[in-house]
Structure formats: C-alpha cells, structure tokens
Write a protein that binds this ligand. Sequence first.
Ligand code: NZQ
Ligand code: ZN
Length: 393
Amino acid sequence: MDNFNFYSPTEFVFGKDRENEAGELIKKYGGTKALVHFGGNSAKKSGLLDRVTASLASAGVEYVLLGGVKPNPRDTLVYEGIEICRKENIDFIISVGGGSVIDSAKAIAAGAVYEGDFWDFYSGKAAIEKALPVATVLTIAAAGSEGSGDSVVTQEKTGLKRGAGSSALRPRFSIMNPVLTFTLPPFQTACGAADIMAHVFERYFTNTLEVEITDRLCEAVLATMVKEAPRVIADPCNYEARANIMWAGTVAHTNICGVGRSQDWNSHNIEHELSGLYDVAHGAGLAVIMPAWMEYVMPHNPMRFAQMANRVFGCHMNFERPEETAINGIRAFRRFLKDLGLPINFEELGAKEEDIPVLVKNFGIGEGRTGGFVALSAEDIANIYKIAANAKL
Ligand code: NZQ
Ligand code: ZN
C-alpha cells in the first residue's frame, strides 16, 4: 500500500426530512448570507427549494437565489454566480440538486475569491487555494460531488469539459435524504448507477499490489450497486434501496476506496469528450466507454478483471484461463448496464463514429500518454472509441 493522506471534512447529514436543517447547519459553519444554487425545475416542482429556503429564513440566514444550472454545467452561469457573490457579499453557497449544481457551486465558490478568470483553474493555469464554503442538498445519487473536492465544468464556446480539484472545495456539509431521489426519471437513476460504479472501477484497476482493504471496499460498493440498481428501477420509491445507493455514491467517490493505490481515470477522461461534444449525460457516456476500455486494457492484468468478474458478477473463476473469466465479467457488466436502460454503443448514445478524430483531438494528449493502470496514447484512445462505437451484447 502506498503512503496517503485522507482528508474528508464533510459532515454528512443523512435521512428523511434532513433538508429542514439546512439553515441551522449553515449558521453552524459561519454562514450569514447564502447563495442558493439550483438546476432546472425539479427542486422547485418537488417543493424542496421552498423547504430549504424556509429553513434558511427560520435560522435567520439571508439568501439570494440562482437557478438554471444545466446538466454538464456551463461556465456562463458560473460567471454570473461569481458576480452575484461579489455584489451581494455572499459568504456561503448551498447547492440544491445533483452533481451539475454542486460543481457549478464549487466553481462559483473558487471564482468569487480569485482575482483572475475562474477558468484558469479548469485549464490548469492556476490551482485552487481558497473558496467560499460550499454545502449541498443532494437530489441524485451519482457524481459523488457531495463528498469530493472535484468540480467539472463545460466551457460554452468551445464545448471543452474540464475538471478542477482542491480540498477547499470539499463541502462543509451534505444533506442526503434518499426520499428526494424518488422523483428521478429511470434514465437518470441508471446514469447515476453507472457513474457510481465507474468511480469505483477507476480506483479498482490499479497496479499497486497488496491493497486488500480497498479492493474489498470497492467490491462491496460494486456488489451493492448490482443488487440495488435494478431494485430501484423496478420500484423507484423503495427507501432502503435508494438509501443504499445514495451512500454507495458517496463512498465510491470520497476516495476512501482509492487511498494508497494508483488509480486510472481514463474512462472518465475519454467520456468527458463525449459529454462535452454531444451534451449527453455523463453516466450514459460512461456506460458506452467503460466496457470498451475494459476490453482494450484487460490483457494488462487479466487476473484483476477475473477477480472483479467473480466477486462482483458471480462469474465462475477459471484459474487456468483467467482471460475467459475476465471476458465473462465484462460481458456481464455490459448486459447489466443495458438492462438498466442505458446505451451501450455510439448509436444508442447519439454519438458518431466519424467524429472520433475530433474526440481524440479534444482529448488533447498529443504525443503523450495518460492513465494510471494502462498509460494510453492518442491511438489507443481512438481504438477505445472505435470499440465503444460498435459494441454489442
Ligand atoms: O435540473 P433539474 O431540473 O434539477 O434536473 C436534473 C437534471 O436534468 C435531474 N434531477 C436531479 N435530481 C432530480 C432530478 N430530476 C428529478 N428528481 C430529482 N430528485 O437530473 C438531471 C441530471 O442532473 P445532474 O446534476 O447533471 O446529474 P449528476 O449528479 O449525474 O451530475 C453530472 C455531472 O457531474 C459531473 C459530471 O461530469 C456531470 O457534469 N461529475 C462530477 C464529479 C465530481 N464533482 O466529483 C465526478 C463525476 O465523475 C462527474 O464527472
Ligand atoms: Zn463520474
């Protein structure tokens, strides 16, 4: 196991009706005037936004509303949010929504206390050292942004989707009420499940040896998803299944499953070019990319894939030919995604094979290589897009 620091300062406030504590929690963490950031219509329609603002009002926390975050959040609204924070002397940001709203809130939080252009953080020109405090009321189990120090934003004019990270972006608190996820359309629930599993796979496929504890934690999250995701698709208001998935989403991405081991992250970066170019849901893009990536890199360590196949999907372990078990596991994973209602190839996703050169160009590694499990070249990435384009069950 490698040396590591694990810093996860977020207070997770989990369970029914907990959104009514938002105001008191903001006060506890020193906020006096909050920006309440939200997305399209879901939080308004469900009455959640009213409950959160009522909680702020009764705790004596002033607030300003800023809605309109789109999935794959755009830089344009971030600039607007930064202006509001400065003009209104905002000292706390609370996001009410999913990963897109949280990531937009984090970008605003970092940008509001930075003299330059906030995009510097996302283009790699500057590192985030400080930010306004951020908190979340989570409405979808997916991105894990409620417990992560990461934020992903799309630049409207170029379609480039880029990430930034800092401990300063880790939420002060995250309110997680599984009931809030009952209203999710099945497709969004499925996208969330794919993303949660992807966050584990990025960490599970490692070159670090003797990492039994994190291997087993990863497998626990994956096996939980295999059990619970079909359950919520069939029965969207199943509290226990929703609760297990919600916590799985957080455990998948706080990095508790990934400490002390090398991590990969190529599936995510390869996917980000798809959601950047076509504005598809991140989880849907991952459903197309992840099995393709697995097929391509499996020969690097067939036994690791066979272990996953056996422990997560219950495939028979063939110790003499672990490649066989590995392939069965990847097939089982693709079938599982399809059964959840997710796309598994370019056509189903709404992407085009002839755009592969553009996707690879946007990926922007030139002659270099990237990835912690298998270091891929631009040619390898093009090959993975090709497998993804034509995948079948
Ligand atoms: O805008 P509204 O009306 O709220 O609708 C949203 C949106 O259309 C809807 N929704 C959310 N909660 C709902 C609901 N509809 C009904 N009932 C509810 N309870 O769901 C749609 C998708 O929301 P979004 O926030 O985009 O989903 P998700 O949480 O999957 O976030 C995706 C974004 O997170 C990024 C992705 O790249 C993508 O941009 N990621 C962020 C990470 C991080 N910060 O650590 C890590 C991830 O790997 C990921 O890259
Ligand atoms: Zn993700």
